[in-house]
Design a protein around this ligand. Structure first.
Ligand code: PMM
Length: 295
């Protein structure tokens, strides 16, 4: 692992939804949403990921106009402030309007499968595109969590998305892949995917990890633990994802993840420096120096 590699980018989650499982809709009002976004940037978010449609398990779809009304004013204002914005949407029309308003990344949990116009919309822009692994909408996804080999199947299905997107004109260099933790996956699937991030990275695309506050982390905590208590396990997942080469992590608690990433980076630096010191000590006292004595 290269100790000088860039740390993963941190996407701060801004759910402009009244029913988001993780913040209870507290950021639904425009002023609240903007204030929360600015706090995340102050805490070290590189990108604010704005979503207007909850994708929690069992959630019903939100009307397209309602989704746009939730996200567009937030995206426009944050982009005008110079904040890098990503829009979390499965709809091409929402993506298009948000890109025109200054968003730089389209984060599509369906990887282009929910809206046949998405690929062409992204192809016509210069935005980065996050294609998450997805097998169907939230109301039915639990029934699709069946795999013989979750890592192999997710990898193959993501590779098929890259091929389809590229065929539709999306530059592969702009495609970021995401294993889609919790989407048509149970906890064991999520852990297998996290433990195999290197196999997703092998596909040659950047990788984004979205573990924040998800149920599989809650299962590690005592019964009845509050959602916020999942922020420590989330931060640990961020650090381990960095070690596995992730390009970005998408989190609610930006400060905790930035601290965890700082620990991981310092650890990697310490390891590299120790190896370099051991190498130079070996150069003066090791076999080469002994060989020099006999000259
Ligand atoms: N998870 C959620 C929403 N959007 N986007 C990406 N790329 N990856 C994810 O794992 C992901 C996502 C659901 O969680 P939330 O309701 O806390 O935003």
């Amino acid at each position: 692992m290269d100790p000088l590699r860039a740390r993963p980018l941190v996407l701060g989650i801004l759910n402009a939804t009244p029913d988001s499982f993780s913040d209870g809709g507290r950021h639904h009002g425009l002023d609240d949403a903007l204030a929360h976004a600015r706090r995340m940037v102050a805490a070290g978010a590189d990108v604010v990921d704005v979503g207007g449609e909850s994708t929690r398990p069992g959630a019903q779809r939100v009307d397209a106009d309602e989704e746009l009304a939730r996200v567009l004013p937030v995206v426009r204002e944050l982009a005008a402030e110079g904040i890098v914005v990503s829009v979390d949407t499965m709809r091409a029309a929402t993506a298009e309007a948000c890109l025109a308003a200054g968003a730089r990344i389209v984060n599509d949990v369906s990887g282009g499968l929910a809206d046949p116009r998405m690929a062409a919309t992204v192809a016509a822009s210069d935005a980065d595109y996050v294609a998450m692994h997805w097998r169907g909408h939230s109301d039915t996804m639990a029934t699709r969590a069946t795999y013989a080999d979750v890592v192999g199947e997710v990898r193959d299905e993501l590779r098929a998305r890259v091929d389809a997107l590229a065929a539709a004109g999306v530059d592969p260099a702009r495609i970021v892949l995401d294993p889609g933790l919790g989407f048509a996956k149970d906890a064991a699937h999520d852990w297998q995917l996290l433990g195999s991030l290197d196999r997703l990275a092998d596909l040659g695309q950047r990788v984004l990890v979205g573990a924040s506050r998800k149920r599989f982390l809650g299962r590690l905590l005592p019964d009845g633990a509050a959602l916020e208590e999942r922020d420590v396990p989330t931060a640990v997942v961020s650090a381990l994802s960095a070690r596995a080469g992730a390009w970005a992590v998408r989190v609610h608690d930006v400060a905790a993840t930035r601290a965890a990433l700082a620990v991981e980076a310092a650890w990697a630096r310490g390891r590299a420096e120790a190896a370099a010191s051991a190498g130079s000590a070996a150069a003066t006292t090791g076999p080469a120096a002994v060989a020099g004595l006999s000259e």
